[in-house]
Design a binder for this molecule. Structure first.
Ligand SMILES: NC(=O)c1ccc[n+]([C@@H]2O[C@H](COP(=O)([O-])OP(=O)(O)OC[C@H]3O[C@@H](n4cnc5c(N)ncnc54)[C@H](O)[C@@H]3O)[C@@H](O)[C@H]2O)c1
Length: 346
C-alpha cells in the first residue's frame, strides 16, 4: 500500500513485502535519473547494498555505494562531511539522488547530507529497521550528533519517496525489533484503537504490514498538522523526556526504544498516581509493554529528573510533558523544571 504524506513537500510511503526489489523501477517511473548514492552502514551494506546497486544499474541509473561503520557513534560531523566529499568527488549534481538504505542512523545522516549538498538534492529513504520504518523515515527530521548531544545539527528535509520492505526485518536482530516496538507502543498509547489491539495480540507476520501502515499513518497525520514541531508534533515526544534522561544517565547503554517504553511506563504510573488515568487503562498499558517484551525497571525517577534540564525540547525553564489521561487520550502539559519533583511525586 502507499500512504501519501502532504507536508511542505508531498511524497509517498510505499509499504510492501519485497518492495526493495522494485525501488529502481519505481524511481524510473517517477522520473528520477542519473546518479544514485546508496548510503548504508557496515551491517546493512553486505546484506542489501550490492543488490540495490545492481537493480539501479539495470534500470539505467549510475549507482555509487558509500558505507560507514554501523552505530550511533558514526552519526557525526566527520562521517557527514565524508558523505558530502564523496558526492562532490563523484560529481553529483542537483538532479542526482541520495538513497538511504539502513536504520535511523543512516536515514538521519544521509537525509541531512541530501538536504545540504548543493542546497538540497533528491532524497529517497529505504528504512531497514522497524524503528526507522515506523518513525524516523517519515516526517523530514534529519540530523547528526555533536559530542555535546544527540541530533544537535540538522534540518527539516522531507524525502521524495520512502520505501518500507518488511522483508528487511528477517535479518534484523531481535534487540532491534524490540527497540522499534518501543516507538510502536508510543503510537499505540497515543492512538488507541487498532494499533493498540495489534500490539496487545502481539506482532505476527500476518499483522506486521498493518501495524507499520497504521503507525506511519499516525505519524503522517501529526506531521501534516505540524511539520516543524510547534504544536501537535510534540505528542511524538510521549515518554521521551524520561527516555532521554535514561539514555544520558546510562551513558547511552540503554537502547532508545527500551528507554521510551520505560518513559511511557513512568508517565502512566504518574498519571495513575495523580488520579488522571484509570486503573483499567493503566493495567492495559502495563500488559502491552509486557506483551512487547518491554517491561523493564531501569532506574528511579529521582535519578532522572536532574537530567530534565538538559532536555533540548524544553523552553527556558519550562518543559512540555505528554501526559496520558487514557488510551488514545494524551495531552500536552507544561510544567516548570522546578515543579518536576512535585509533579512526579518524588
Ligand atoms: N528523524 C527522526 O524523526 C527520528 C526518530 C526516531 C529516531 N531517530 C534516530 O534514529 C536512530 C536510531 O535508529 P535505529 O534504531 O534504526 O538504529 P541504527 O540505524 O543504528 O540501526 C540499528 C542496528 O541495526 C542494524 N541493521 C539495520 N537494518 C538491518 C537489517 N535489516 N538487518 C540487520 N541489521 C540491520 C544496523 O547496522 C545497526 O547496527 C537514532 O540516531 C535516532 O536519533 C530519528
Amino acid at each position: 500500500m502507499k500512504i501519501r504524506v502532504n507536508a511542505s513537500k508531498s511524497y509517498d510511503v510505499w509499504i510492501e513485502k519485497g518492495a526493495r526489489l522494485g525501488v529502481a523501477d519505481e524511481l524510473k517511473e517517477r522520473g528520477f535519473k542519473g546518479k544514485v548514492a546508496v548510503i548504508s552502514d557496515s551491517n546493512v551494506a553486505p546484506l542489501y547494498s550490492e543488490e540495490m546497486c545492481d537493480y539501479l544499474a539495470y534500470a539505467g541509473f549510475e549507482p555509487y555505494s558509500f558505507v560507514f561503520e554501523a552505530g550511533e557513534e558514526s552519526k557525526n560531523l566527520s562521517v557527514y562531511a565524508k558523505i558530502l566529499s564523496f558526492l562532490a568527488e563523484e560529481e553529483f549534481t542537483r538532479t542526482d539522488t541520495v538513497l538511504a538504505l539502513g536504520g535511523g542512523v543512516t536515514g538521519d545522516m544521509a537525509g541531512f547530507a541530501a538536504a545540504t549538498y548543493m542546497r538540497g538534492v533528491r532524497f529517497v529513504n529505504v528504512p531497514t529497521t522497524l524503528l526507522a520504518a515506523i518513525d524516523s523515515s517519515v516526517g523530514g527530521k534529519t540530523a547528526v550528533d555533536l559530542p555535546q548531544g544527540k541530533n544537535l545539527v540538522g534540518a527539516f528535509y522531507q524525502p521524495d519517496l520512502v520505501v518500507c520492505d518488511t522483508d528487511f526485518f528477517k535479518t534484523l536482530p531481535y534487540d532491534e525489533i524490540r527497540n522499534g516496538l518501543g516507538e510502536g507502543v508510543k503510537y499505540a498509547v497515543l492512538e488507541g484503537g487498532r494499533i493498540f489491539d495489534i500490539l496487545k495480540q502481539g506482532i505476527t507476520s500476518e499483522n506486521l504490514d498493518e501495524f507499520i501502515s497504521l503507525s506511519i499513518d499516525a505519524k503522517r497525520r501529526i506531521v501534516e498538522e505540524d511539520e516543524k514541531e510547534s504544536g501537535a508534533r510534540k505528542f511524538l515526544n510521549l515518554g521521551h523526556t524520561i527516555a532521554h534522561a535514561v539514555e544520558k544517565e546510562s551513558n547511552y547503554s540503554v537502547p532508545h526504544g527500551l528507554a521510551v517504553a520505560y518513559g511511557i511506563k513512568l508517565m502512566a504510573d504518574t498519571a495513575k498516581k495523580r488520579g488522571e488515568l484509570s486503573e483499567k487503562d493503566h493495567s492495559e498499558i502495563v500488559s502491552l509493554l509486557e506483551k512487547s517484551d518491554l517491561s523493564v525497571d531501569l532506574m528511579p525517577l529521582c535519578d532522572l529528573i536532574p537530567h530534565f534540564s538538559a532536555d533540548k525540547k524544553r523552553a527556558g525553564e519550562r518543559l512540555t510533558l505528554v501526559t496520558i489521561l487514557g488510551i488514545g487520550d494524551c495531552r500536552l502539559k507544561e510544567i516548570a523544571l522546578s515543579e518536576a519533583n512535585e509533579y512526579f511525586g518524588v
